[in-house]
Design a binder for this molecule. Structure first.
Ligand code: NIG
Ligand code: FE
Length: 374
């Protein structure tokens, strides 16, 4: 972006050769959306679990029985590189067509480090070829693989060791873990997070999604760039996040689909915790695609205003991914990541849930979705 403004500023602009003139009068122009939390590296859908599960308790029970995340791990391991790349390319294209110009993509459906590394290498290939900006994350501690059922310490040692390869090959910018009752405990993950930070990786974590396990405070203590889900975070957890300056990434899609009480965004804003909103796109808890739907749910379920939800899906989400200087706002010097809406009122993003509002999308000044340039 070289300039924004009106009147005189505009007239002084020298429009050189190659400039494309788009008339967008009567349409909202926003910064491209930043999806700060997705799991789009997977194969197989979970229709049965989706249609029979009725609550957050049900979600953990399915996982405990070897379904849920484990079902997707089996399907993803069975998918060869070409299949997985094709699935991810399609999902990235959908995201772009819905206005996403920056996207975080987690591994996490490999569990065993060898398979996690295969998935991270595929994600890195997409990062290198993709028209939109992709931020990969090593979600190492998503569930305990069956092979290690009697050997938690062995698994934790392996994932900690794998960080070395991830850092050397630059396969991820951050590490992530699912800290939840019956999944992973913060204490046992300490060496893992310590190693990640020593290797220069950022830390983020799934915390307090279904139960308050004190995860928000743990994330704050770790200097995490964000604490994600946080639907059940305690007041103490919120105070810790505010003090640490960590972003709370709210994921209303998973509350909606799994059927647990969504995070109350007003609590976070009152505690002065910056709030981002993301899709959490994954086959288990949130098959949601695109930020417009996440924005609508953040308003109706979490209590943000439409404008706050847009801030949460752009500039605050850029902060959560360490990209605040690069994108998230229409100001000089940022990448020209733009969404043009087929409406003159931005509140429509929350109001007209499901409506095809995204008309054109530009990433770094290049059209990535929507109308043909004429
Ligand atoms: O963000 N809760 C942990 N991880 C994902 C869901 C993974 C799955 O069920 O496949 C989430 O909700
Ligand atoms: Fe998630």
């Amino acid at each position: 972006i070289v300039a924004t403004g009106r009147g005189a500023t505009w007239e002084r602009l020298e429009l050189t050769a190659g400039v494309v003139d788009r008339q967008v009068a009567g349409r909202v122009v926003l910064p491209g959306f930043v999806d700060a939390h997705t799991h789009l590296c997977y194969a197989g859908e979970r229709w049965d679990e989706f249609t029979t599960r009725r609550s957050g308790a049900g979600y953990l029970a399915v996982l405990e029985r070897g379904g849920g995340i484990h079902a997707t791990v089996r399907a993803t391991r069975d998918a060869d590189d070409a299949t997985l790349l094709a699935l991810m390319r399609r999902r990235l294209a959908h995201a772009a067509s819905l206005g996403t110009t920056t996207i975080e993509v987690k591994s996490g459906y490999g569990l065993e480090p060898d398979e996690e590394l295969r998935q991270l290498r595929l994600i890195a290939r997409l990062r290198d070829e993709s028209a939109i900006d992709l931020a990969p994350t090593y979600l190492a501690a998503h569930a305990l693989p069956a092979k290690h059922a009697d050997d938690r310490p062995g698994f934790l040692a392996e994932i900690t060791q794998a960080i070395g390869v991830v850092a050397e090959e630059r396969l991820a910018e951050a590490v992530d873990a699912f800290i939840e009752k019956g999944v992973f405990e913060a204490d046992e993950l300490r060496p893992f997070f310590k190693e990640a930070k020593a290797r220069g990786l950022a830390v983020t974590a799934h915390v307090d999604q279904l139960n308050d396990v004190g995860g928000a405070a743990v994330a704050a203590r770790l200097g995490a760039r964000s604490a994600d889900h946080v639907a059940n975070a305690s007041a103490e957890g919120l105070r810790a996040l505010a003090k640490a300056g960590a972003v709370a990434v709210l994921l209303p899609g998973s509350a909606f689909f799994v059927g647990y009480a969504p995070p109350d965004a007003r609590r976070f804003l009152a505690a002065r915790v910056p709030v981002a909103v993301a899709t959490d796109h994954n086959p288990g808890t949130s098959p949601l695609e695109g930020l417009p739907a996440a924005i609508a749910l953040a308003v109706t379920l979490c209590g943000l205003t439409p404008q706050e939800a847009i801030v949460a899906a752009t500039v605050n989400a850029a902060h959560a991914l360490g990209r605040a200087a690069r994108t998230g706002a229409l100001v000089e010097g940022r990448r020209a990541d733009l969404v043009i809406l087929e409406t003159d009122d931005e509140r429509d993003l929350a109001y007209r849930l499901g409506a095809p509002l995204v008309r054109e999308v530009y990433a770094s000044g290049r059209r990535v979705a929507g109308l043909e340039e004429r």
